[in-house]
Design a protein around this ligand. Sequence first.
Ligand code: PMT
Length: 399
Amino acid sequence: MSRLQNKHIIVAISGGIAAYKSAELVRLLITAGAQVEVVMTRGATEFITPLTLQALSGNPVHQHLLDSSAEAGMGHIQLARWADSILIAPCTAHVIARLAQGQADDLLGTLCLATQAPVLLAPAMNQAMWADSATQANAQLLSERGYTLLGPAIGEQACGDVGPGRMLEPAQLVEHLQQSFSSHALQGREVVITAGPTREAIDPVRYLSNHSSGKMGYALAQAAVEAGARVHLISGPTNLAVPADLKCTQVDSAQEMLTACQAACQHADLFIASAAVADYRPAQAADQKMKKSAPDSNLRLHLVQNPDILATIAHDFPDITCIGFAAETEKLLAHAQAKLHRKKVSMIIANDVSDTDIGFNSDHNQVHLVTANGVTALPRLTKAQLARQLIDNIAQLDQ
Ligand code: PMT
């Protein structure tokens, strides 16, 4: 799976002849597994039609700042929040100048001001325009403000000139985007992550379980890989594709998860427990499917406690930095703090699972980081975005 799998990419196209290459760029991003929304300036539509980009991205193209139908769907602020990355390709001298001034009178300018996502620029213009001191000063200013400039390449230009000003090829831009999702925060570290629910057998066809989808744990695993870690994901049953470049062990029950974690942690530096482990299991799973007995009779299940995987790993492997989650429906921070001390871990990531908009099975989550030093609240984010922030925070604990 590519690093762009499920990443939210905005391709913004401004008005230059290289706009025809943006169609190929969008196609390559979709092939790499990204979700793509396209923004076009008015100038861009002179070079390539929105219909082409709509067909390739699978989404309507965003063209106007004040568009009541778009604001009812994905308006400019939502679009800015949705993005994991914004790539402006081609990026004209005009757009570079407008961004340098912080102009916000069109969709692209507003988006770039409103987003917290990285903005990458692929300049494309005549070589003399690129060399002009105004463009150079604007580009320098943007790069100092954290924008990333990709190119331009040197070569023959549409106008017949030769020199720097060509947009990088779509495949090169995709490669740069892939790399932009890789940090080195956990370079060389070995990380074990649990994810998903466990299933506790009642009989051969029934089990006790919970609503965990595995999305949070899989996003953490992917973010840890992107941060340079060797990752062993221990997963309960989910419907998710296993991220590339990691080892995954599939388990069913809490006891199987504990055994897999104990084996995986022999050489680990970090243990992150995001799985929703069943606290109890039937004392004895029936060998055969249990039959209904007399009408109206009740069934009693005798449950026994499962081992606490996180507490066990924290106790048995004192050199490993252990991180747990707390899924709470009330007294979020008090319960999270109690878990921090009881399980003797370095951090508890607390989520309020009574809010159905976040937590279990949602694509979003909102958490508080609870450590011995205090509590830090993070904003509501997609699980992929949150996972990257969590990995950065966890990497600091591990130093
Ligand atoms: O999978 P998703 O649909 O994406 O949902 C994500 C999530 C809500 C499951 C995740 O964000 C989360 O909160 N995971 C922890 C769920 C949980 O079991 O919380 P808890 O408060 O009951 O457990 C506290 C910690 O101890 C957790 O790190 C848990 O993994 C661990 N634990 C709990 C019980 C047990 N027997 N062994 C454990 O290791």
